[in-house]
Design a protein around this ligand. Structure first.
Ligand code: FAD
Length: 636
């Protein structure tokens, strides 16, 4: 039934598993994707949306590396918004509202068209481990399947318990059973697990809503897209979303359910996502607020089902219903499904290496919600990296990792394995110290050639990136080398209430002014001619504008990153004995022993390891300070 041995087995076909399988198979590994329900590939368990602040950057990075999430998101989008467009480009974050059912179907279609990939529907109940090395999996029917490596991406399914009011039952997601056996097996192997929780709002029948009482939320006038590939298209038609508000009446009704609420009666004790709280947590935490926003989002092109973003809850269904009826536009609401909360097992990610391979069992990789993260994008990114590294492990090649100044994916994985997490981890722009470098517009410049060298990103992708790079470089050079006279420039500057110039100067200078845009510059004939003659597309034009206007910030951040990267180059041997360092603080000693950082830079990011501890470490390692330009905090 199965070949003698696979190169990679991916357990679970959520966002992590689907990207892992795509990456491993596209790299040439004979891969098996085994999951509990093949109808629900890359199912959006919660919000039908991809991207958003910092998450949109991650989707573009996955795409630049040759993953599928960006392509599927573009092909199944019903609305597009570039969030934070009023701020600097480091903050611009693409987000789409998705057609939930088509998203899953499109993923399955793409995976079925991926070479080297087999599918099987079953629950994996255990692992086959020999001499601390994984050699396959065991299913709940007792089938044993052999492989060189295994990627676990079990999401919210491990011993999952669903809560609605005072009722609770086993489940991995509404309508799907929980996964049992794996946690117990991993504990026996010496892993440590924890519990987390998350929740989802009710879905309702759009035919029962009065949208005239809500505020319309249209998509962008000029929608963009995620994938750098030319084959995906921008939306020409979009669906409307809506906004409404809760009120004090709604809050009072919800409070009636608190007594039976698993959140407040002790039935749920695990930690939930701080930045995505349930409506009951919001009422409790922000008692002074007399209303909260609710976003009413369609679930697809052809369905009447709506997702009530902002009303995530585990209160009993009668309370959910009574309270929602008091929201403007919801007076006659009919439910499709009530909201619920789910508790599940996760594994502290400090038990992993940067490749996402476990430190305890060779060839075993973890990716996604199992590592304590929350969100499709975070899961997909880890899946892609685990899939790449499982392939490389099977081929006995060095792991592929990304640094913090190269990608949000690098920040995500480094944060997880260095700091661990006690609450569901989601990405924010503030987690990235080099966010001016890690923009959504340049993920292809940062990552595509690395992926092409691995054999993952296609030639088409590489050529598209190279063309954009050349076009934007030439266009920037044009601004540096072309002069403009005051008589041509000043009317444009005056129109923008920007001070006029007195003499002819290069175009680069006025363009660098904060309030002068490409649209303004295009009023100069030579600029517009350059665009037309060189057939520049939006991406190259936008790239040029960003690089001209933010070059100062970009160069400064690059410089800082290069300085810190010198610490990245100082490797710590795996067997390093920290107890030799008598001046280390006790906390640092414990943390360094537990995390086993591979570089001094990683050691410096462990919470509880102070600059002083790093100095002790550097001195012991006989690193001469003279050849290092250390960041000020490390200089002695
Ligand atoms: P999942 O998408 O959970 O996929 C796991 C896959 O593994 C499934 O296909 C499952 O069938 C399979 N599987 C599990 N165990 C086995 C096994 N033993 N054998 C074979 N297959 C197995 N994210 C947010 O960002 N914000 C939110 O507010 C939010 N709310 C959520 C609310 C709920 C109720 C749920 C369930 C999830 C929520 N999420 C939220 C989380 C989001 O769904 C996940 O972060 C994301 O889906 C994780 O992707 P994953 O691939 O790790 O796991």
């Amino acid at each position: 039934m199965f070949p003698n041995r696979y190169d990679v087995i991916v357990v679970g076909a959520g966002h992590a598993g689907s990207e892992a399988a795509a990456a491993a198979a596209n790299l040439g590994s004979k891969t098996l994707l085994i999951t509990m329900n093949l109808q629900n590939i890359a199912q959006m368990s919660c919000n039908p949306a991809m991207g958003g602040i910092a998450k949109g950057q991650i989707v573009r990075e996955i795409d630049a590396l040759g993953g599928y999430s960006g392509i599927v998101s573009d092909n199944t989008a019903i609305q597009f918004k570039m969030l934070n467009k009023s701020k600097g480009p480091a903050m611009w974050s693409p987000r789409v509202q998705s057609d939930r059912m088509r998203f899953s179907e499109t993923w399955r279609d793409m995976l079925e068209n991926t070479p080297n990939l087999d599918f099987y529907q079953e629950m994996v109940a255990g692992l086959i481990v020999e001499n601390n090395m994984v050699v396959g999996v065991k299913t709940s029917l007792g089938i044993e399947i052999r492989s060189k490596t295994v990627v676990l991406t079990n999401g919210t399914f491990l011993n999952g318990i669903i809560h609605i009011g005072d009722k609770n039952f086993g489940g991995g997601r509404a309508g799907e059973r929980a996964s049992t056996g794996i946690t117990e097996e991993l504990l026996n192997l010496g892993f440590e697990s924890g519990r987390m929780k998350t929740g989802t709002p009710p879905r309702v029948d759009g035919r029962s809503l009065d949208f005239s009482k809500m505020i319309e939320q249209p998509g962008d006038e000029h929608p963009e897209k995620f994938s750098y590939l030319k084959s995906t298209k921008r939306l020409t038609n979009q669906r409307l979303c809506y906004m409404s508000y809760t009120s004090n009446t709604v809050h009072e009704l919800l409070k009636e359910g608190f007594e039976k609420s698993p959140m407040f009666n002790g039935a749920i004790q695990s930690t939930g996502p701080r930045y995505c709280p349930s409506i009951e947590e919001k009422i409790n935490r922000f008692a002074d607020k007399d209303r909260h926003q609710l976003f009413v989002e369609p679930e697809g092109w052809n369905t009447v089902e709506y997702y009530i973003n902002g009303f995530s809850t585990s209160l009993s269904e009668d309370i959910q219903y009574k309270a929602l009826k008091e929201v403007a536009g919801f007076e006659n609401v009919k439910f499709f499904r009530p909201g619920y909360a789910i508790e599940y097992d996760y594994f502290q990610p400090t038990q992993l290496k940067h490749s996402l391979e476990t430190k305890l069992v060779s060839g075993l990789f973890f990716a996604g919600q199992i590592n304590g993260t929350t969100g499709y994008e975070e899961a997909a990114a880890q899946g892609q990296m685990a899939g790449i590294n499982a392939h490389l492990k099977g081929k006995e090649k060095d792991p592929f990792t990304l640094q913090r100044d190269e990608a949000y994916i690098g920040v995500l994985i480094d944060d997880l394995i260095t700091k661990g997490t006690e609450e569901p981890y989601r990405m924010f722009t503030s987690r990235a110290e080099y966010r001016t470098l890690l923009r959504q517009d340049n993920a292809d410049f940062r990552l595509t050639s690395k992926s092409f060298d691995l054999g993952l990103a296609s030639k088409e992708r590489m050529e598209t990136m190279e063309k954009k790079q050349k076009n934007s470089k030439d266009f920037i050079q044009f601004f540096r080398s072309t002069s403009v006279s005051p008589s041509i420039l000043n009317p444009i500057l005056e129109f923008k209430e920007s001070s006029p110039v007195k003499q002819t100067d290069k175009l680069f200078k006025p363009f660098s002014r904060p309030n002068i845009t490409m649209e303004d510059m295009r009023k100069i004939k030579e600029v517009d001619d350059f665009i037309v003659e060189n057939d520049l597309d939006n991406e190259a034009i936008e790239q040029t504008e960003i690089q001209v206007k933010y070059s100062g910030y970009i160069d400064k951040e690059r410089n800082n990153a290069d300085k810190l990267n010198r610490l990245e180059g100082i490797r710590i041997p795996e067997s390093f004995d920290y107890s030799k360092l008598k001046s280390l603080s006790y906390e640092a000693l414990e943390k360094l022993r537990a995390v086993k950082p591979v570089t001094v830079s990683q050691a410096s990011r462990i919470s509880g390891v102070s600059p002083n501890d790093i100095s002790v470490l550097l001195v012991y390692m006989a690193v001469s300070y003279t050849h290092l330009t250390l960041p000020t905090i490390y200089s002695v």
